[in-house]
Each structure stands twice: as C-alpha cells, then as structure tokens.
Ligand binder design. Structure first.
Ligand SMILES: Cc1ncc(COP(=O)(O)O)c(C=O)c1O
Length: 391
C-alpha cells in the first residue's frame, strides 16, 4: 500500500530552517521562521506561563479526560478575551490543537454545512490556508490584498474582488497582523469591507493568530468584534501560540457565532468534529491560559510581558525603517514602521532574496517576508546595508 505514495513537496519555511541550520557562518541571521525571539534569539517561556505551570504541577490531581469541546472555563475565557464579553449567548466553541487545528475544524464545519461554498483567501496569505483547503477538496478563490509597490493594502483591488463573492461563500480575513505582508486595514477600511460583505450575504471567517502583537490586546480584536457585532454567522479561529508563547502546547479555539436558538446544534457539530478528528483536544496549554486569564495578578503580568514583546517589535520596526532610509537614501521602505505584527513583506525579488542568503547569510522567505522579531539592535544596520547593496 505505502509504495503508492508520492513524495510531498517540501514546506518552504521548513526547508529554509534546514538551510539556516546547515550554514556554518557565525554571522548568519534568521528572519525566516515565524516565532517571536527576544534580543538574545530566545523564544522565552512567559513569566505568567511559568508561574501557572508551577501551580498546576502542585495542584493538579488527575489527568483524566476533559470535555470534548475543551474545559468550559477555557472556552469562556477565550470568548471573553476575543469578543470583549459580548456574544457569549450565541457562541458555540471548541478547544483545538493550536490555531491550525481551529482553521481545519472551521473548514470541516463549512464542508459539513455547505460543501459547495467557495472560501476566499487574501493574495497573499499564510500558505497553510490554501494547503488545507486543497487537501479537503474544497473550492477556493483569491481576493487582491497587497500592493507590492507601496507595501500597503491594495484596498481598491480588495473591494473590487470581494464584490464578486456569491451569497453563502466564506471570506477568510486575518483579524490583525496580516501574515505574510504585515499590511493591515484601518478601522475605516474594515467598516467598508464589513458593509460590502454584509450586502453580499457571506460568512466571515476570521483567523486571529496574533492578538496583542499589533496595536494592543483590545485594539487587535477590534475588527473581529466589529464583524461579530454585524453578522448573524461568523467563524473565528484563534491561536494562543504567539500571544502566550506556548507554540508547542498546541492551544487554540474555534468559535462559531450563530443565533441563540441554533447554538446547541452548532455546538453538537463542533463536538462531533473534535470526536472524529482527535477526540479530546489538548489540555495543558488551555489550562495555563485559563489560569492566567482568570487570575488578576497572573493576567496583569502576562499582559505586561506581552506589551514588552509588542513594544520591542515596534522599536525594531522603527529602527529598521530609519536605517533603510539612511542606507538606501529613499523612503521606499518606510512601510516597515507602519506595518504591524511579526512580519513584513519587503517587496524584493526572489533573486535579491537569494543574494541576501548566499552572500550575506541573511535568511528570509522567498517572497521577501521577514520576521521582525528575528532582528536585534546589532543586526538591524547589517540587514539595512545588505538590502541597500542588492537593490
Ligand atoms: C496566519 C496564521 N494563522 C494561524 C496560525 C496557526 O498557528 P498555530 O497552529 O501554531 O497556533 C499561524 C501560525 O503561524 C498563522 O501565521
């Protein structure tokens, strides 16, 4: 049987990680992999997570199965953090293995309820979106999103393409900190997108993987909340990997907003999907998140550290933008300071990206996406000088 399998194409980012690992140069710089790193290159365990883990170790008495949809306290705390205390009465939800698990379950739910629906993705988007949709055999289409020349959102193109969606289609939107571009809609633009999509009678599907990494914990949820306040049905796939720094614990949630009287049926379907795919969702990360969100002192400390992380990335953005101004003698890369989240797409050609890697030991994704958190005060001028030398 297994001899019938064909080799799968290699994941480009995993390939890049391997190339970086095998590069013997001590001066090499990794701007590829999508994890937060501090100035020393470490992806730290957050203080509140450590404290919660200690308490959990001391107090946990059993590791028996938990709820099929996750621990109700986790789901409630996450729904409250994302939706600011509203919509609890119409929110069905399941804990999932990371944000990826939530995306997968959301797509399966779409397939279960409307197999003919087309899922619209921003061009570009996180490569796992089209990959999972293709694997599930679902229909997909793209809407324009990024203007490579300006480094900003191609808003006119986005609206023109979203004007073509059909009733019942699903439109996947990055709630904040767009990956891979770093370019985001203003709240005014979100208002226009929401108005158009409401008129088109589509189902918005929000991927919220970086709440707290852009403009702040509340600010980064603003678009998701606007969508939740406007549409009768909304899917939200959220991840705790980045904002709690618990990548390997696989902690996420899928929220399906519906009417209060449909909630029980939708919840039953979410439970069913968890049961089919992995039965009970992972618990350790979810339990830590619940402990942090429910305890005032732990929550305050977590938010303070998350804010340090956010400010660190903003400082790196500003210094990189300033250094690129000096090195290139132009304002071409000013958008780096305006972008939000962990990533920025620089608008370099693949050939330029290759020279940066081969000649300068600077590793970024082929589409010129950089992870801002891969930089520090020492490497920012090195990157700026190298970019100036290849353009
Ligand atoms: C846009 C986007 N969505 C979802 C995820 C899911 O992350 P995880 O499954 O690690 O929680 C990521 C992670 O890189 C992401 O960038």
């Amino acid at each position: 049987m297994l001899e019938t399998l064909n080799a799968q194409p290699q994941d480009k980012i995993l390939q890049l990680i391997a190339m970086y690992r095998d590069d013997p140069r001590s001066t090499k710089i990794d701007l590829g992999v999508g994890v937060y790193k501090d100035a020393t290159g470490l992806t730290p365990v957050m203080r509140a997570v450590k404290a919660a883990e200690k308490t959990l170790w001391e107090t946990e008495k059993t590791k028996t199965y938990t709820g099929l949809a996750g621990e109700p306290a986790y789901n409630a705390a996450m729904v409250a953090m994302i939706l600011g205390g509203a919509h609890g009465d119409r929110a069905a939800s399941v804990a999932t293995p990371g944000g990826t698990g939530a995306i997968r379950q959301a797509l399966e739910l779409i397939k279960l309820s409307n197999p003919g629906a087309t899922v619209w993705l921003s061009n570009p988007t996180w490569p796992n979106h089209p990959s999972i949709i293709k694997y599930l055999g679902m229909k997909m289409a793209e809407y324009r999103y990024f203007d490579a020349a300006s480094g900003e959102v191609d808003f006119a193109g986005m609206l023109a393409d979203l004007d073509r969606v059909a009733p019942g289609d699903v439109v996947l939107l990055h709630g904040c900190c767009h990956n891979p571009t770093g370019a985001n809609l203003t709240m005014d633009q979100w208002g226009q997108v929401v108005g158009l999509l409401l008129q088109k009678r589509v189902i918005p599907f929000v991927d919220l993987a970086y709440q707290g990494f852009g403009d702040g914990l509340e600010e980064d949820a603003a678009a998701t909340r606007l969508i939740a306040d406007t549409f009768p049905e909304v899917l939200i796939a959220a991840s705790c990997s980045k904002n709690f720094g618990i990548y390997r614990e696989r902690t996420g949630i899928l929220i399906a907003l519906t009417s209060a009287d449909r909630k029980a049926v939708v919840q039953g379907n979410l439970n069913f999907l968890n049961r089919q795919n992995y039965s009970f969702p992972p618990d350790h990360g979810a339990r830590l998140v619940t402990m942090i969100l429910e305890d005032a002192a732990l929550r305050a400390d977590w938010q303070a550290e998350l804010e340090e992380v956010r400010q660190n990335m903003l400082t790196l953005r500003q210094t990189l933008s300033d250094e690129l101004r000096k090195a290139t003698n132009s304002d071409r890369f000013d958008f780096v300071a305006r972008h939000r989240g962990m990533f920025s797409r620089l608008g370099l050609t693949e050939a330029q990206v290759n020279v940066l890697r081969e000649k300068h030991g600077i590793y970024m994704v082929g589409d010129s996406r950089i992870n801002i958190a891969g930089l520090n005060a020492r490497t920012v001028p090195i990157l700026a000088a190298a970019i100036a030398s290849v353009i």
